[in-house]
Design a protein around this ligand. Structure first.
Ligand code: ADP
Length: 264
């Protein structure tokens, strides 16, 4: 990339054009660097399970398949790592398509109902306690599938990084619907909080690998919230717990208000 220098400062229009071009170049540079980083992080993440698969299959080729213990160990490892790769690939695709395609299939959904249904399913799968506090139906305009994905990411994280009950509270604040997901788990160290939504970021690589993490969940969550014009924030204290707060524009209310205006 090359910056544009325009000598003739007396010409305001040219000056403005040069400034705009330089801004565009800066943006392209930033995007390019981000993309390079993503490709390099993704390759690194995929190489680890691939190396495990490669070395176990090499072991089987060299030692034959006559030892049942060795055979079981190798097949289990190959299966686990291929599952991990599959999960990672699905998440990477979801992140890439989310960033490329910001189009949402907006329709009226009851977020309270969706939260209750999603929690119920996860409660059964993980056999853990999840409580949802939502006193009224919360109708918002949102993409149903993406909202479900967002809830699953936050709830599964809460379940992974705590062993206690999860709590979800839905409420309305000025112009927004607020969803708070709280756990009483291991928490996030203060210095890591600013990085928590970055792709591939994990507080503790070793610990997260054991829990099957990829470091992409929260990056996907942020893409979904951003696409809906919302905000996602986190408050956390180590060994005390973590609360993720999502604010989603109360589009439903806005539509009703705007329609009201038309009739005035
Ligand atoms: P992962 O797949 O590793 O869970 P995420 O992007 O969902 O990736 O989360 C990034 C990191 O943030 C996790 O590896 C974990 O260290 C930390 N984290 C996320 N949610 C929680 C939570 N509820 N409690 C403690 N740490 C969390």
């Amino acid at each position: 990339f090359q910056r544009i220098h325009i000598e003739n400062k007396s010409n305001d229009e040219l000056d403005q054009m040069g400034h705009t071009f330089n801004k565009m170049i800066e943006m392209l540079e930033n995007n390019y660097e981000k993309q390079q980083q993503f490709v390099s992080d993704a390759s690194h993440e995929l190489r680890t399970p691939l190396t495990v698969i490669e070395s176990y299959s090499r072991m089987l080729k060299r030692w034959g398949m006559s030892d049942p213990d060795r055979l079981k160990e190798a097949v289990d490892a190959i299966y686990d790592e291929s599952q991990r790769m599959k999960g990672l690939t699905i998440q990477m695709l979801s992140l890439a398509s989310g960033e490329l395609d910001q189009s949402l299939e907006l329709k009226e959904i009851d977020l309270s109902l969706l939260t209750k249904e999603t929690s119920k399913k996860l409660k059964q799968v993980y056999e853990r306690e999840i409580t949802v506090e939502a006193c009224e139906p919360t109708i918002i305009l949102a993409d149903d599938a993406k909202m479900k994905q967002l809830l699953v990411i936050l709830l599964e994280n809460g379940l992974k990084y705590s062993s206690d009950e999860l709590r979800i509270i839905l409420s309305r604040v000025e112009g927004y619907v607020k969803v708070e997901v709280s756990d009483r788990g291991i928490g996030i160290p203060n210095q890591d909080i600013p990085h928590i939504f970055e792709r591939f970021f994990r507080v503790d690589q070793a610990r997260s690998r054991k829990t099957g993490g990829s470091g992409l969940g929260l990056a996907i969550a942020k893409t979904i919230v951003d696409a809906h014009g919302g905000k996602i924030t986190v408050k956390s204290q180590e060994q005390v717990g973590t609360t993720f707060t999502i604010l989603l524009p109360d589009l439903q209310r806005k539509v009703i208000r705007d329609e009201g205006k038309d009739n005035e």
